[in-house]
Design a protein around this ligand. Structure first.
Ligand code: CIR
Length: 265
């Protein structure tokens, strides 16, 4: 499948719940404002739709404060989908909530099931040729090994890498921009994990710009990082800036807010 890693027909999002004020965060920088988050979320969805994709908007789940961050619940691949097992105890139930929606679109659904296996979608970067998975406080070796076993039959190659210490997810610090190119913080790229890719570094002091997504012809990046935006524009990408102030209070960014895929019934 050409450009399986950034050309998609579909996305799934979930409306932010009123309980978002109780969302997980590493450092408390203030309470997220639901109305502002809803406005940013609407802009995000409209931008995904601008590319011609179908966006399925799921209803808010008040029982799960972090459920707007749907990316962590599953990995959608060309051959099938894998339901994750989030390492944050308060988020474990979110994966089962997502499973039936994926089952309606995919003929082959697999699940991370090991009692000791933990893995969140935010730690997974799918490229054209491989699946990079960062070990983190949320994703462990058993979870990565189980993902590798489950997807080997689909011809997938999983490479275990490391999420930098103190960083929530691997993709907090990097994004795929096209088949060859990755946007990354220097603290992550310094590990050498992107040796076979062309790299664009986020500007110093703009580390939070690294959680960006390439979605069809557009690059969606969080607003407020002008030097990184200029680098991407100069590199030829069609960039859209989306407000992210409220999700940022919960360590969330562009990738967290959607599952992006092309269904395989
Ligand atoms: C959490 O800590 O799980 C949420 N507050 C943020 C999740 C962000 N998700 C992502 O980067 N994929």
């Amino acid at each position: 499948m050409p450009n399986r890693s950034y050309r998609f027909t579909h996305a799934i999002t979930r409306k932010p719940a009123a309980s978002i004020i109780a969302g997980l965060r590493a450092v408390d920088t203030g309470t997220p404002d639901l109305a502002t988050m809803q406005a940013h979320h609407a802009d995000y969805i409209a931008t995904l739709r601008e590319t011609g994709a179908t966006v399925i908007e799921l209803e808010a789940l008040d029982a799960y404060p972090d459920s707007v961050f749907v990316e962590d619940t599953a990995l959608c691949l060309p051959s099938g989908a894998v339901v994750m097992r989030p390492g944050a105890p308060s988020r474990l139930g979110e994966a089962a909530e997502m499973a039936p929606h994926l089952a309606a679109l995919y003929g082959d659904i697999r699940r991370i099931e090991g009692a000791d296996s933990f893995i969140e979608g935010g730690d997974i970067l799918m490229t054209e040729t491989e699946i990079l998975v960062g070990r983190s406080a949320r994703t462990n070796a058993a979870g990565i090994a189980e993902l590798a076993r489950l997807t080997a039959a689909w011809g997938e190659v999983v490479r275990e890498v490391h999420t930098p210490p103190g960083v929530l997810h691997f993709k907090t610090d990097c994004s795929l921009l096209d088949a060859e190119t990755i946007l990354s913080t220097t603290r992550l790229s310094a590990s050498g994990c992107f040796k076979s890719y062309r790299l664009i570094d986020v500007a110093e002091g703009e580390e939070a710009a690294a959680n960006t997504i390439r979605f069809n012809d557009l690059v969606l990046m969080p607003a407020g990082f002008p030097r990184t935006r200029d680098r991407l524009v100069q590199a030829g990408y069609d960039v859209r800036e989306i407000g992210n102030s409220e999700c940022a209070k919960l360590d969330g960014g562009m990738s967290c807010l959607s599952l992006r895929f092309t269904p395989k019934p």
